[in-house]
Write a protein that binds this ligand. Structure first.
Ligand SMILES: Nc1ncnc2c1ncn2[C@@H]1O[C@H](COP(=O)(O)OP(=O)(O)OP(=O)(O)O)[C@@H](O)[C@H]1O
Ligand SMILES: [Mg+2]
Length: 240
């Protein structure tokens, strides 16, 4: 029998690049998974997402694609420089692809079955993909069935593209499970990012709600935003 290493990041696993995250998903996340990171405004979703992309570029020489509806390029690049992530440099080297799309454009792409994005992903061999965020996209659909159908089509595309995808979702209250049922049903994993008040002070914490095919920690653990990005510090907090 093959010996199983708890932090196995072998060929079929993907290292997110968040120090301490392995404690939440000991066996690691499968490559080509579709993972949703949900959290309230300012909880750290965008930093989390860029850290995931930059890790792939810096450690695996992978190409990363960042699709956003909200984050302005110049401001994002400047903000991320504070963590030492030189997105402009990676973009020049063809390793980082920034795409600003309106929700309508993404809707059209889904109808077309991928369109230009699919071509770029194949040509540039994109391995890590982020959509930040899918909230505005979901708002395009008023009808639940239509929304569910669009989500299914989007996940079909993401699965077909052969990259590991991270979708962010701005959630007023992830604690009450307000994530759209359609999304919750389809994604392989759900990560909840909290910026919540405990005894009059806000703390940052993270939890894995679901990860298909593997055991997860049932704990919600604290993290910090450091000069190098997010770092999970499980021993730093109590009673969340
Ligand atoms: N260099 C830094 N050091 C420490 N904390 C930082 C740094 N840069 C940003 N932050 C904190 O990170 C938070 C913003 O993170 P981020 O933009 O990833 O959140 P978000 O969840 O994407 O927010 P939104 O929902 O508005 O898109 C802010 O609350 C800010 O306090
Ligand atoms: Mg954001």
């Amino acid at each position: 029998m093959k010996k199983h290493h708890p932090n196995n990041n072998g060929n079929n696993k993907v290292e997110l690049g968040i120090p301490g995250f392995n404690g939440l998903v000991p066996a690691g996340i499968d490559k080509n998974s579709v993972v949703l990171a949900a959290g309230t405004a300012g909880s750290g979703k965008t930093i989390f997402a860029l850290q995931f992309l930059v890790y792939g570029i810096e450690h695996n020489n992978e190409t990363a694609m960042y699709i956003t509806f909200e984050e302005q390029k110049q401001k994002l690049y400047k903000d991320m420089m504070r963590f030492g992530w030189d997105l402009a440099k990676y973009e020049k080297a063809g390793k980082f692809i920034y795409l600003q799309y309106t929700p309508e454009q993404v809707k059209r792409l889904i109808v077309q079955g991928g369109g230009i994005i699919e071509t770029i992903i194949a040509d540039s061999k994109v391995k890590r993909l982020v959509i930040d965020s899918i909230t505005s996209f979901a708002l395009l659909y008023h009808d639940e069935l239509e929304k569910k159908e669009a989500a299914l089509k989007l996940f079909e595309l993401l699965n077909k593209w052969g990259c590991t995808s991270l979708l962010t979702s701005q959630d007023e209250s992830p604690y009450n499970g307000t994530i759209s049922a359609a999304l919750e049903f389809e994604v392989d994993g759900i990560i909840l990012i909290y910026h919540t008040k405990v005894k009059g002070k806000r703390i940052r914490a993270i939890e894995v709600l679901k990860m298909r095919g593997t055991r997860i920690s049932e704990k919600t653990v604290c993290f910090e935003i450091t000069n190098n990005g997010l770092v999970i510090r499980p021993n730093k907090c109590v009673n969340i």
